[in-house]
Design a protein around this ligand. Structure first.
Ligand code: 2Q2
Length: 322
């Protein structure tokens, strides 16, 4: 009967929010959009190892890279529905919580030190709290990101070169507006469909940190990395609030300890890898093209004023005045 079936389901330890509990081991499903060669995957594996070690095997994380279980928005929704538990996400959360856009507002940070100060200061904490309150996801740790650069098959040195240029952008409304203001024709395509779009000539270019340009193989179908460095950003590894709450207090603390160590690991890895990525892209035949960054900054500025809601815009003004 239904009652017997329900009792069996609960007794078998299948928690209501999808995370599996078999003989007292909690298994979390983690998804992300980069492939196994990318620092995000390496950091995810280190985090999973640290969690298993610190919880004495009572919390295990199974990692699914390469958008295997869906794109970034699918991953966020599936955690909220309890089908999966952990993912890597950032400005895409703007759809649920406006302040997340501050993670990817064009030319907002003067340098690495300025960005780090914001991430680890009050504004960074506010963004993390908003993600918890508005999206139901808890940021466990952040990973710094290299700045996003525009890739293409013709050199793009100034916004004037963008006339008729079809550019792929992720599902971030501000990016659509910013590239439209700069003179390009932006369209939202999932990261996992971008290579095909470039290969078939549906799009002329895309923009990403060089590490994702490398790990997605975009250098095979793009000749130039144009050093726009238009978005210096960072990204969070997040877990569902319910999934974290479902753990006993000691395991929760052990997971947060593992997260802190994984954050330091990610920072070291990023600093170590950034130069190596650029060298490998040049060896693969990519031309690094200097651009007029101020011209791109000026061109994108109106999109920030038009696109940011009141609170994120106030915080943006605080960031650029720091
Ligand atoms: O180009 C991409 O799809 C990624 O760099 C995403 O922009 C990035 O992961 C953000 O969506 C984070 O929310």
């Amino acid at each position: 009967s239904y009652v017997a079936l329900t009792c069996a389901f609960v007794l078998s330890g299948c928690a209501s929010n999808g995370q599996e509990k078999t003989d007292d081991v909690t298994r979390w499903t983690m998804t992300h959009i980069s492939d196994e060669s990318h620092p995000w995957h390496e950091t995810s594996e280190v985090f999973a190892e640290l969690v298993e070690e610190k919880t004495d095997g009572e919390v295990v994380i199974d990692i699914y890279p390469n958008s295997q279980l869906g794109d970034e928005v699918d991953s966020i929704n599936s955690i909220k529905y309890g089908a999966t538990d952990v993912t890597i996400t950032g400005e895409t959360l703007e759809v649920w919580t406006p302040n997340a856009i501050l993670m990817a507002t064009p030319y907002a940070f003067e340098d690495q030190e300025h960005k780090q100060k914001i991430i680890e200061g009050e504004i960074g904490q506010e963004i993390e709290q908003d993600i918890i309150d508005d999206v139901g996801l808890t940021p466990l740790f952040y990973m710094d990101r290299s700045p996003r650069n525009l890739t293409s098959n013709i050199p793009i040195s100034h916004p004037d070169d963008l006339n008729g240029f079809n550019i792929r952008v992720p599902n971030v409304p501000l990016f659509l507006d910013a590239w439209e203001e700069a003179g390009a024709n932006p369209q939202v395509i999932g990261l996992d469909e971008t290579f095909t779009g470039l290969q078939q000539g549906m799009i002329d270019g895309q923009e990403n940190p060089n590490d994702l340009t490398e790990s997605n193989g975009f250098y095979e179908v793009q000749e130039y990395v144009n050093l726009t460095e238009h978005v210096p950003s960072w990204i969070y590894v997040v877990v569902g609030n319910e999934q974290l709450e479902a753990l006993p207090k000691d395991q929760r603390e052990q997971v947060l300890e593992a997260a802190e160590e994984a954050e330091n690991y990610a920072q070291d890895l990023m600093e170590e890898q950034a130069e190596e990525v650029d060298e490998r892209l040049k060896e693969a035949g990519v031309t690094f093209n200097e651009v007029d960054q101020n011209a791109f900054r000026e061109a994108m500025l109106p999109a920030i004023q038009d696109n940011l809601e009141e609170e994120p815009y106030e915080l943006y003004l605080q960031i650029i005045e720091e």
